[in-house]
Design a protein around this ligand. Sequence first.
Ligand SMILES: [Zn+2]
Ligand SMILES: [Zn+2]
Length: 465
Amino acid sequence: MAASSNSSLSGSSLSSDPEDYQPPIWKSYLYQLQQEAPRPKRITCPQEMESRPKYYGREFHGVISRDYADELLVGTEGAYLIRESQRQPGTCTLALRFGHQTLNYRLFYDGKHFVGEKRFESVHDLVTDALITLYIETKAAEYIAKMTTNPIYEHLGYTSLLKDKMVHRLSRGRTEPRRVTFQRDEKISSPLVRRSALKDTPEKQCSYEKIHNFKVHTFRGPHWCEYCANFMWGLIAQGVRCSDCGLNVHKQCSKLVPSDCQPDLRRIKKVFSCDLTTLVKAHNATRPMVVDMCIREIELRGMKSEGLYRVSGFSEHIEDVRLAFDRDGEKADISASAYADINIIAGALKLYFRDLPIPVITFDLYSKFIQAAKLPNAESRLEAIHEGLLQLPPAHYETLRYLMAHLKRVTMFEKYNLMNAENLGIVFGPTLMQPPEQNALTTLNDMRQQKLVVQLIIEHEDVLF
Ligand SMILES: [Zn+2]
Ligand SMILES: [Zn+2]
């Protein structure tokens, strides 16, 4: 089958300049090997076996010796049968002929058949996959070991689609200081990034680093690895796919792919409860649009509203706003004509922060901030908070910076809205900071520090960011 059946090419029609289109050069060696691999040949038992479990067919031979099984299989590559153990009745062994010897595997069933990690609908599928894997890993062991050393991933640009993807594959080097900057970094380390930087990039470029969200995947039809360009062999679970951007790679290649995931909007189904970095990368934005839009609306018509952020809006209406964002994204209507009560918008913004899978002040930095708030000396307290802020992931840092500047402006209207840094700290403390392990006691113990951290950041927003 031709390489064009690879799903990674299915989007090539989106390419901005179809004239330029050149298919990637997929390496077909492992595909050819898979075609050559021995096919399963079921050796059936001549008698009806009463002890046969209902999930096995005539390949089940009951209790027979290892030697007798060997005799039945000898001479036919791919021949297989199932025998019951003499020593442990009830446990079954798959005997499989490969490489002129009989291999024995303990066979399990729990609704699916398996001998290792991969789980199969039928024993036939299991054997097909085993033969492919054995054949390829025997014949091409050296090739596979070297497969990742010359990845196409760094030389991409074969297809316009992939080129488009590459434009977004800008990332800050891991070793650089975690100071946030929205200019493109000058000291870019990997050749991949260097090359992308030469291309025209869209105006609104965000350079946040994001790891891929790889999950084991079963590919239908032949698939090639987008990292090393080699065929992904096997019948099921041939590789992994990133659920955020759709990148398909071998499991072993997934460990080498840089943290340059560019989430695909079509794969991001929700706005609320979506990881913050994933959302902003999908929208190629600096901050989540929910934050920008709610703050814009509040600054337009809510700054003098008494008890802003403290008074809660109707929860059904807040839920409405959430649904509108999940459904319409940046086209969501949150204007005064849709929601006259500004507390609904403020409530939706708080809900957005509360629903983040990783809070704005991340779980791993949580205790650092709590400890900072406990320091007796005001100056060292601020210093420790500043240090914590610099360690936040860039998308989190930028979102917090923006929110804090807004809350600072809210306090400038205290005369009208009666909100100051202290009571905003009470409102936002537990929303922006959540302990990694929630239990009633830590939550209660830390409340004072959570409030203080947020209060201090609002008060010193201008020096801290
Ligand atoms: Zn990804
Ligand atoms: Zn690969």
